[in-house]
Design a protein around this ligand. Structure first.
Ligand SMILES: Nc1ncnc2c1ncn2[C@@H]1O[C@H](COP(=O)(O)OP(=O)(O)OP(=O)(O)O)[C@@H](O)[C@H]1O
Ligand SMILES: [Mg+2]
Length: 307
């Protein structure tokens, strides 16, 4: 549905994007992450045919963005970093105008506008002039104009920026509902938002894609699995049981009282062999109280990549 082939972008001497390639299938929600200045907005502007690339190609729904920008504009819904709103228009008139621009049939315009007013919770301000809206409400209008024509592809540049916590939840809910039906790219600096929304993450660093992965796989690389085990027994025997298990390495042991210890282990193998570990505990007469795995967080992974 979205294809980026060796996209590069130069601003003078500066290379904002370097050979960016990926493909996004229909129905996917993909999160774009990257530090300030990484190139997220530049990439989104190229994909939405608002900025020409310096080299490479991009296709949205089969249309080449540099050859058919107008066709691309109709296929996509785009929330730019700063939505181009008309300050003198009322919310409703503006959305009607957006629906017209995006070729929503005359018969459907009214209903579509009503629909997005409700979806983006804008009913109360529908007759207010956009220029007098608060920042969060302006952002909601930006989201409403992006989805008013029910586009196949939705590209949202920091959609929850400036919204209150209730509205953030609401916008996330809105985006989640689009899964499978629409193809969505969403950039954000709120890492937990990506975890809640997207199944796939693309991390951009200094104009290059450094991670393109299924989020779940990215957060639990098998070889880095952290295991916490609560056991009851004698410390010496506990440590011996761990030593006898090839697939784990002891990182730490903490005494919790009454012969109970918490062990922090690292899985050194590609697959977890808890069977072997548990058997060794049993062999030494140690009681296993709890075993839990700790997933890496996106924040940890992000900081590691960008350090
Ligand atoms: N029109 C332009 N002229 C010159 N440099 C530009 C232009 N647009 C973007 N850049 C530069 O390209 C780089 C990438 O910018 P971009 O806006 O894509 O980053 P971003 O990942 O969206 O960052 P942020 O998280 O701050 O929104 C930055 O160094 C920026 O200064
Ligand atoms: Mg940006």
């Amino acid at each position: 549905m979205i294809v980026s082939k060796n996209l590069s972008k130069q601003f003078g001497e500066f290379e904002a994007l370097k050979n960016v390639s990926f493909e996004i299938e229909q129905g996917e929600i993909v999160g774009f992450l990257g530090q300030n200045g990484a190139g997220k907005t530049t990439l989104m502007r190229i994909l939405t045919a608002y900025l020409p690339s310096s080299s490479g190609q991009a296709f949205v729904g089969g249309e080449d963005v540099s050859l058919n920008p107008l066709a691309v504009h109709k296929k996509i819904g785009y929330l730019p970093e700063t939505p181009p709103l008309y300050p003198n228009m009322t919310v409703k008139a503006y959305l009607r105008f957006a629906a017209q621009l995006k070729d929503v049939g005359v018969k459907f315009q009214k209903a579509q506008v009503e629909h997005v007013l409700e979806e983006c919770r804008l009913e109360d301000v529908q007759n207010q002039v956009i220029g007098t809206l608060s920042r969060g409400y302006k952002q909601r209008v930006g989201i409403a104009q992006a989805i008013v024509h029910e586009p196949e592809v939705i590209i949202l540049d920091e959609p929850t920026n400036g919204l209150d916590p209730i509205q953030i939840l609401h916008v996330r809910e809105l985006i989640r509902k689009l899964e499978h039906k629409r193809t969505v790219i969403v950039s954000t600096h709120i890492l937990s938002e990506i975890e809640q929304l997207a199944k796939r993450v693309l991390i951009i660093k200094k104009g290059e894609i450094v991670v393109d992965s299924n989020l779940e796989k990215f957060l639990i690389p098998d070889d880095r699995k952290q295991i916490f085990v609560k056991v009851k027994g004698e410390e010496f025997h506990i440590e011996q049981a761990v030593k006898d298990t090839n697939s784990v390495k002891q990182i730490n042991i903490e005494f919790l009282g009454e012969d109970i210890y918490e062990l922090h282990l690292e899985n050194t193998n590609n697959v977890a062999h808890y069977g072997e570990l548990v058997q060794n505990f049993i062999k030494y007469g140690i009681k296993v109280i709890e075993i839990k795995e700790k997933k890496g967080t996106l924040e940890e992974a992000f900081l590691k990549i960008n350090k």
